[in-house]
Ligand binder design. Structure first.
Ligand SMILES: [Zn+2]
Ligand SMILES: [Zn+2]
Length: 462
């Protein structure tokens, strides 16, 4: 019987990632995301392409581009059990509650009548419906590269599934599916390199027929995950120069993953005297996710300095006056969103900050070419930039807008390494820019059949 794959979103882009599989007549869904740069109905995966009852839904991790539309697909397909790792379940619910708040604000600001797509009370049943599964904790056999012993899931059609630690952020896991003698591995978002808190990914052992692999950094030849320590050292040098001359440093970061990594890194740097001890601020959602990191610390790398709440303060209201007051004394601000999407805390702070030379902005993760973050990073001094449609443009007077590669994703060479190690018969490239996928296609000449995911297009996996 045939296997097929259809991208409902997140084919040749980092979008509303959601992938429909049909394994010999059994339909399964991998992830249920929301598009990070689109609004309203446009931000949803093409769920109308699902024409029968799903057997199960798997969530690889709790970033919104993978889980943001889960309540909607759950409403359409209430019979389908939802599987995630234990930490992902906790974090996803927290992220989704925050999404209700954000969508309610957008309903007012942007006049989007369809928002919010779901209410807080719609999320309460999900607490019982998402099945949180055990996956191998850090510090066990990860260091030696041995196979993991995650819980197994048994489904109709003789399908077996399990989660494989994928690095990236707390709870992130790839999904390994087996039916008869055929196997499929979906990486989710992944990083082989260990980070301050998160151990590196495990590459599954044994034969894999079909590999569905993320391509976030496939298009970036400058990023080498192995240079992490060098990047941290230069961040420390640049931060010290700014802070000791009275400026502030803004680091745009996602609430899940990057915020906790940065807190841990900045804390270690301050403790070792590599950067001045100044107040550290984070945004509200970052704090609640950090609490889950503390609760679920058994999945973090052993002996990591756990994030003490006395070390940072939470940002309050962010109108212009509040931001001006905040920027009066040297401080480091880790604020969402990582790509500085309009109207997020990082965008509001950046608007004031770019107008004074003494401050700095340090990007530390992926910045999509269509985002404000990308425009700010590439702006020249003296250039006028619009930060939001509602406010007047501001002139960039700051040349301390830098980028440090502290990514939680695999670099392009690690992506190739995963594919070469697994030697699958079929590779499906997803979650990346088209040019990056073309690079992967050119490099992977080992006999695999390679496809680029494309929204709405079904690929036969024969
Ligand atoms: Zn992610
Ligand atoms: Zn993603």
């Amino acid at each position: 019987m045939a296997w097929t794959f259809t991208a409902l979103g997140g084919g040749q882009e980092i979008g509303a990632n959601s992938y429909l599989l049909n394994l010999s007549g059994i339909p399964l869904l991998l992830d249920a995301g929301l598009h990070p740069k689109k609004y309203g109905y446009e931000s949803l995966p093409e769920y109308s392409l699902i024409d029968r009852e799903l057997e199960a839904i798997f969530i690889s991790h709790a970033h919104l581009d993978h889980v943001g539309s889960l309540p909607l697909i759950n409403r359409r397909q209430p019979q389908a059990p939802i599987f995630a790792t234990i930490p992902t379940k906790d974090i996803a619910l927290r992220m989704l509650h925050n999404t209700v708040t954000v969508m309610s604000i957008f309903r007012e600001e942007k006049g989007l009548q369809e928002y919010p797509f779901f209410e807080h009370e719609d999320l309460w049943p999900l607490e019982g419906e998402i099945m949180g599964l055990e996956y191998r904790a850090a510090g066990s056999s990860l260091a030696t590269g041995k196979m993991v012993s995650s819980e197994r899931i048994y489904l109709r059609g003789g399908i077996q599934a399990r989660f494989i630690p994928a690095g990236h952020v707390l709870g992130a896991a790839g999904v390994l599916l087996r039916q008869g003698r055929r196997t499929l591995y979906y990486t989710g978002d992944t990083s082989l390199q260990e980070q301050a808190l998160i151990p590196g990914a495990v590459i599954p052992e044994g034969e894999i027929d079909v590999l569905i692999i993320e391509c976030t950094y496939a298009n970036d030849p400058e990023y080498y995950s192995q240079n992490r320590q060098r990047e941290i050292d230069s961040l420390a040098r640049e931060a010290t120069a700014i802070l000791s001359s009275g400026g502030c440093v803004l680091i745009p970061a996602f609430a899940l993953g990057k915020t906790q990594e940065l807190l841990s890194i900045l804390h270690s740097l301050m403790r070792r005297g590599q950067i001045p001890s100044v107040p550290l601020y984070i945004s509200g959602l970052g704090k609640s996710i950090t609490e889950i990191y503390q609760d679920q610390r058994r999945y973090l790398r052993p002996h990591t300095s756990i994030l003490d709440f006395e070390l940072f303060s939470v940002l309050g209201l962010l109108d212009d006056l509040a931001v001006e007051t905040l920027l009066r004394k040297p401080c480091v601000i880790v604020a969402t969103n990582g790509m500085m999407v309009e109207n997020t805390p990082s965008a509001r702070i950046a608007r004031c900050l770019v107008q004074e030379e003494r401050h700095g902005i340090f990007f530390c993760g992926y910045i999509d070419p269509d985002t404000l973050g990308y425009r700010v990073f590439h702006a020249q001094r003296g250039e006028d930039l619009i930060f939001s449609p509602e406010s007047a443009p501001v002139t960039i007077r700051n040349s301390n807008i830098k980028r440090f590669y502290l990514s939680s994703h695999a670099d392009r060479y690690e992506l190739l390494e995963i594919a070469r190690k697994l030697q699958p018969r079929i590779i499906i490239l997803v979650h990346g820019e088209k040019e990056g996928m073309e690079f992967m296609q050119e490099e992977l000449t080992g006999g695999s059949q390679i496809f680029m995911g494309e929204k709405g297009k079904t690929i036969r996996l024969d």
